[in-house]
Design a protein around this ligand. Structure first.
Ligand code: GLN
Length: 230
């Protein structure tokens, strides 16, 4: 399981979100607290953020703690919408930057915590990598992120062992699913953080129950059960 983090709100620096908190993604890359699968997230990292409506990404297949440049540049990368991740590759998956979240279709940035049998996913030439998460991202993009809930329920039925925690944002909205792994939310006055685990000790963090969909838009948050009639 990897760990991911999303922000939608007032502009904040990538360093403020990924590096500075006491239990930041940087700390989660070597000492995650709630990770149930895998001990370390050393197989790469990705920082994605919106520049207006344009998604931009910085990804690497190396451990986040070993990057020589990121910590010096991250304080000046500021955005109102960020999707970031640290990766623990599933056995058999390639360790390469193109297999590292966030994935994009040019409008959305998307991260996956989990695992899915590639045989249940549609074959596509659009995936950035042969990694399960990249193929899953391409499948979600092909159906449209607005159909995320439907797609996750379908794939979850096709592969009952799949873990399908998705986090996606397009600069105006952020959506996430819980399906087999943890997710927490911090809803502050200036925006919303969604993260695989709380990045600090703020008492306002709330845990999202499993098999739910979270939708964030215009400062409003909606949490609904997945699979229930919507
Ligand atoms: N299955 C994905 C990969 O190999 C995601 C792994 C994860 O969540 N740890 O990258």
């Amino acid at each position: 399981m990897c760990r991911h983090l999303g922000w939608l709100g007032r502009p904040r620096s990538v360093a403020e979100l990924m590096l500075d908190p006491s239990h930041s993604l940087l700390v989660q890359s070597y000492a995650p607290r709630r990770q149930q699968h895998g001990l370390l997230n050393a197989d790469g990292w990705g920082a994605g953020f919106f520049d207006g409506a344009l998604p931009r990404r910085w990804r690497s297949a190396a451990p986040l703690w070993g990057d020589a440049s990121f910590a010096s540049i991250a304080p000046v990368l500021a955005s109102h919408c960020v999707v970031a991740a640290v990766r623990s590759a599933t056995v058999g998956m390639p360790i390469e930057a193109s297999a590292t979240a966030p994935f994009t279709d040019g409008d959305w940035l998307l991260s996956h915590n989990g695992v899915v049998n590639r045989a249940v996913l549609p074959t596509t030439a659009a995936a950035e990598s042969v990694c399960d998460s990249a193929i899953l991202a391409a499948a979600i993009f092909a159906r449209g992120v607005e159909s995320l809930a439907e797609v996750i329920v379908e794939i979850g039925a096709a592969d009952p062992k799949a873990r399908l925690n998705i986090l996606a944002a397009n600069g105006a909205q952020m959506v996430a699913t819980t399906w087999g792994d943890t997710l927490s939310m911090l809803h502050g006055s200036d925006g919303v953080v969604l993260a695989s685990e709380p990045y600090d000790e703020d008492p306002r963090w709330v845990d999202i129950p499993d098999r739910h969909l979270v939708e964030v838009r215009d400062g409003e948050v909606r949490v609904t059960a997945l699979g229930a009639t919507r």
